[in-house]
Structure formats: structure tokens, C-alpha cells
Design a protein around this ligand. Sequence first.
Ligand code: KE4
Length: 429
Amino acid sequence: MVLSEQMFQSARRILVGGVNSPVRAFKSVGGTPVFFKEGYGSRLVSVDDHEFIDYVLSWGPMILGHAFPPVVESIVSAVHRGLSFGAPTEAETILADLIHEFFPSMERVRFVNSGTEACMSAIRLARGVTGRRRILKFEGCYHGHADALLVKAGSGGLTLGCPDSAGVLSEWAQWTSIAPYNDLESVRKLFANVGDDIAAIIVEPVVGNMGVVPPNPGFLQGLRDIASAHGTLLIFDEVMTGFRVALKGAQHKYGVVPDITCLGKVVGGGLPCAAYGGRAEFMEYLAPVGPVYQAGTLSGNPVAMAAGISTLTALKTSNHFERAESHASHIVAGMRQWITAHGLPLTVSQVGTMWTLFFSDTTVFNLATAQRSDTRRFSLYYRAMLDRGVYLAPSQFESNFTSSAHTLTDADFFISSFEKSLDLEIFGK
Ligand code: KE4
């Protein structure tokens, strides 16, 4: 880790906290973040030439594994034709059509450059369509760092959100209401109170951002029914779940159709690309057709489009998703078998290619239950796995991911590392 430590020290001179996104700083697990120099398949290679099996996969995008040759070739080919024109290209239509094949509810699509931009824009669109001010989000769900979404439950409980970050004005936060995830009754109470002023419900249809937490049976349909009954738009933030909980996302897996869908991560194949889309009658409120403004210099740029097209084409034409999901199921079964055999206070949550090991013996179904996890033991486990060459999400409250490049050898190595780490360092057995 010598070079990682040196590079981290150098990075902190000029980059705030030495990173360009806070979770990378290893604050919740301690120690120095690993600096990487290369990725291929299921592997990452650190600047100290340590090789890791990667279960973070850039927080989701790399479902085909790192440096997947067809994607690399598509990008290189696009690069030689120019990087960005700020003008329409056919590639944008091709990728939008591919997205529509996976997500038929997205009758119209708009490309942006990050999940944050997609969710922020979807909120503005919903307010423009309905003329209403309020939005509803759920505790523990993360939709990027737009002001309206960096809000936590306020003293007013359900009705008054308060800032979850410095710099977010309370005057703005008050228009974001917060409910516990999987709690339909609280949503009904809020709508009875202020439902005629709620522009949108935005939800992670399977949560990744408190660790993997699936919706209770009926929760998503309940949101759909409440939104429809009140003229509120239902936004599914599938930035993480899209192509991850199922090829066609959570909306296909659970059979609930949102009005607007946000995509990111996988859709750009690892390049900065995201999208939002939905019913034409709503999307056509967007400029240049309608009065809701949203724009972007690099939106739909040809290189990101090439990466997205080749990634979604690979997912469409081969069994990459099934292989990634099968790997996740294999390692989760191995973890559960060991946990049961040794009576350990751990639970594993998996949906498709997303999974989380909770250091808790109770089922996690919302933020309060997620926060019962033993984060001290988690950080000990994290370090033990890292030392053995397994790179996991550096937080208890995140999802891990698998790819079609992960092999049975990787699975065996993971499970043996898991057993040794839990045995020796964590529970003193
Ligand atoms: P980006 O702006 O990071 O592209 O997307 C924001 C976003 C929106 N919606 C969901 C469901 C998300 O998970 C995210 C971003 N996810 C985090 C991981 N929990 C990205 C990692 C990071 O912030 O560095």
C-alpha cells in the first residue's frame, strides 16, 4: 500500500479529501483508499501491483467487467471520429431506441451526464407538468446531490424536510417530504395532508443506498396507486437498479410502471452518461418542445453513446446478466451457509446482481433497521477482506455488484476469504 499512501497524500494537496467523490475516501472503514492503475475482467490492479477481485465495479456500471473488449473497441472507434460535437448524432437515437427496448415505459428519452442530473431534471419536469411544489422521497434512498434531494426527515416528521447537507436552504428543503421506506401508511397520511401539492414521488424501487433493501410485497404498487389517485408523478430512480436487479429493471421485475424512469451507471458502460424518460405526454414538457428547461454541453456525446450502445447490445444479445446474477447467487448462498452453520449475527440481502452483507441478525427493511448494523465489525471484516484481495464497497450502507466476468474461481476465493475473515478477525472464534 506504499504507493497508494504516497498518492493519497499527494492527492490531498489539491483534491478535497484526496478524492472526487466522498465515499471513495474510506472514511467509514478507515485506512488509506486503494489507488488503482488498471482493471480487466473481474479484477482491479492497485498502484502497488496488488490484484483484487472487484465487487464494486465502479458502483455498478461495469456489469460486463473491466475493459470488456467490444466496448473498448467501440469507444476507440468513436474517438477517432471526434469526441464531441454539441450537435445531434445518430448514435443518440440508436441508444435511446435500445433503452426503450429494455424500458418500454420510456416513450421519450433525454440523455444527461450523471444520475444526479437525471433525478434533478425528473423532479423539475414533474413540478413543471403538475404545477405543484412538493416532492416525496424515502429515508435512506439516495438520488444524487441535487439540493431538493439532499433532505432528511425534519422535526415536522413527514411534512417538513430539513437539509441533509450544508448549503441546502431550509426554504427549499421544506418542499421535500420524507417517509420511511416500505411504509405505505406513512405515505397515505402525507397524501391525506398535502397530497394535492405533491408533484412527484421519487423512489429507489430496490434500495441500494442503505445496503440492498427490496420493496415489501405491495409497496411499489401501493405507491403507484396513491400517485395515480392524486395526479402525482411516480419516478423510479433506476440509476442503480436498471440492468442490475433485472435486465429490464425493477419496473419489469415487480410489474409496476412509473411515469418517469432515471437511468445511469450501466447505461453509459462506464462513461459519463445517464438518462431520464417516460410517458411522451410528460416528457414533451421539456425544452425545446415544452416550458421545462434542461440542457447539457456533453449530453449524448458520441463517445459515451458508443460505450452505452455496445454495453446494452452485449446485454441484449448474450447471457451477461444471467452470468452476473448467477455469480451473485453463488456467493450469497455460500455466505448464508456459513452464517447459518456458525450462528453468526449476519444477514445477506440480494436482488439480481446487487448484494449486501449486513452486520445485523434482523431483517433490514428500512433505514432504521439498516442502522442497527454493527459498523465496527463491518470495518474489521472489510479490512480483512481487502487484505486478502477482495475489493468491496467501503461502507455498510452500500450495494456490492457482480459482473459476467466473475468466475467460479473468483467465487471460491471470495467464499474462502469470507470464512477466514469472519472466523479470525470479527467474532473471535
Ligand atoms: P451519480 O450522480 O453519482 O451518477 O448518480 C447519483 C445516483 C442516483 N441514484 C442512485 C440510486 C444512485 O445510487 C446514485 C449514485 N450512487 C452512488 C453509490 N451509492 C455513486 C457512488 C458515489 O457517490 O461516489
